[in-house]
Design a protein around this ligand. Structure first.
Ligand code: ZN
Length: 506
């Protein structure tokens, strides 16, 4: 590199770091809004967040960034496997997308989303799809216009352009190729479970336990699996999430029900997985692509690994069950490791995605993917959504959706204009299972170690293979590098079959 290129690259990184700083302020304001802000702060907070979003977008889309990128690309090999080349590829990707969207469309999307979310909340409360329908029609139309601005490959479709924001490189055809076999094998497993005479016991989750003790239990487990409380916090919120400022200041939340302690625990372990990924990102690259997570799917692979592969394993409960008595005393008398393991693994097909168990969860996501893909192509008119939704629930999960509140109005995503988002949940589960098989191959006795509280080897492996790379590789490249194979449905199905068949006497 010449000195002039050094200067251009340094300036580009300085702009990226500044945008990263703005993003970290946005993260803190968002956390505060969900945890401690009084209701009266909402109007001014919306203005603060809008200003930060605009400043961030202006930096990324600026002509200066375009010029600096061009100068660096002339002088450097951007396909090289180096930090510099990876940063240039990622900034080019983000800059091109930012400049392709006209500011007027960005504003129209933001304004529509704000009203559509409000209308969605009212429509959901009243279970009145007709109230939300015109807003969803407008949202789908805006998403099509947005997709046209971004463009898609000649053999692709508009949905691909939207998904790129959440999972770079992801296409509807690619998703369908993995989801098809997953759906078929899952259907078979769910049929076997429905016909089984044996059911896991839910006894632990029938016991009401005080919230303060559930919080203390959750904190102890989060710390034991590796969440660093000197660089993070755990609070409560209605919907658990993980946010915050940066790798040394990670804010996560969990939720509590009077009964259902396994829900509090799985929410905590899930968010701890997100949090430990953030804490594992390299500080020296903070604010630049190599200090940022890869994608929503890879992020979700980290949360699901601690929630499911660890926290719902029999080995984990051999270690965790004795801690129940220490926190909850006589209330949990008679709950041993086996009963706790069973409570964490009940399978009940239902209507609500966020309450779904590990076996049925992906069906909810696949239904949404098929529907939003059809909404984008126009094959499914918005007016027909409730009927199509209910048919798929009947076909995939064998349940009759009682009303739209518990049907197509249950999720906030589409009202926010976030079409293309849902598949990242299932991609996360697929990446998770595939990564975990590789971790088991690499670390002898990994799962048995959970029974003795040995979680560090898994965290070390994730740090080495995934966290420290930031956005250096695309999701698909990362998967190939870590597991030696492209993403497939097989590891997840092996995991689910190996767990749920014995639990149901199959
Ligand atoms: Zn998550």
């Amino acid at each position: 590199m010449t000195t002039a290129t050094d200067t251009a690259y340094d300036r580009l990184l300085a702009i990226s770091r500044e945008a990263g700083l703005l993003g970290s302020i946005d993260g803190l304001l968002g956390w505060d809004q969900e945890t401690t802000m009084p209701p009266g702060g909402a109007v001014h907070r919306a203005k603060q967040l809008a200003l930060i979003a605009r400043l961030s977008h202006e930096r990324l889309a600026s002509a200066e960034v375009g010029d600096l990128l061009a100068a660096c690309e002339d002088a450097m090999d951007v396909s090289a496997d180096t930090v510099e080349a990876a940063n240039l590829r990622a900034i080019r990707h983000d800059h091109d997308r930012a400049v392709r969207l006209p500011a007027t469309l960005v504003e129209e999307i933001a304004a529509t989303a704000s009203t559509a979310q409000h209308e969605w909340a009212e429509a959901r409360a009243a279970s009145d799809f007709d109230r939300f329908r015109p807003w969803l029609e407008k949202t789908v139309d805006l998403c099509r216009r947005k997709a046209e601005c971004y463009g898609w490959a000649s053999d692709g479709e508009p949905w691909d352009a939207l998904a790129e924001d959440y999972e770079p490189g992801c296409t509807a055809a690619g998703v369908a190729e993995v989801f098809g076999p997953l759906r078929d094998r899952l259907r078979t497993l769910l049929d076997e479970i429905a016909d089984a005479d044996t059911r896991p016991s839910g006894r632990l989750d029938e016991i009401e336990l005080p919230e303060a003790a559930q919080m203390a239990f959750s904190r102890e487990i989060a710390e034991a699996i590796g969440f660093d409380f000197s660089r993070g916090r755990l609070d409560r919120s209605t919907h658990p999430f993980c946010g915050g400022s940066h790798c040394d200041d990670v804010r996560m939340t969990t939720r509590f029900h009077p009964a259902m302690v396994t829900d509090a625990l799985s929410s905590t372990m899930h968010e701890s997985g997100h949090g430990m990924y953030e804490q594992g990102l390299p500080y020296e690259h903070i604010g630049t692509p190599c200090g940022h997570s890869v994608s929503l799917g890879i992020h979700e692979s980290q949360s699901r690994m601690w929630e499911n592969q660890v926290g719902r394993s029999a080995s984990f409960w051999r270690w965790a069950a004795p801690k129940l008595a220490a926190h909850f005393g006589d209330a949990v008398a008679g709950i041993d490791a086996e009963l706790a393991y069973q409570s964490a693994n009940r399978v009940v097909p239902g209507f609500i995605r966020v309450e779904a168990d590990e076996a049925t969860y992906n069906m909810h996501v696949m239904i949404r993917f098929e529907l939003e893909r059809a909404l984008m192509t126009g094959d499914l008119p918005v007016a027909d959504l409730p009927t199509a939704w209910n048919e798929k629930y009947r076909e995939y999960l064998g349940v009759e959706v009682p009303d739209d509140r518990r049907g197509c109005l249950q999720d906030i995503h589409w009202s926010m204009g976030a079409l293309g988002y849902f598949p990242t949940y299932t991609l996360g589960n697929l990446y998770c299972a595939q990564f975990f098989e590789s971790a088991c191959d690499a670390i002898p006795g990994l799962v048995d170690g959970f029974a003795e509280g040995r979680f560090q080897p898994l965290l070390d492996w994730l740090r080495e293979n995934i966290h420290r790379h930031g956005r250096r590789h695309s999701p698909a490249q990362l998967c190939e590098r870590v597991t030696g194979r492209p993403l497939s449905a097989d590891p997840l199905m092996r995991h689910l079959e190996a767990k749920f068949r014995p639990l149901h006497g199959i």
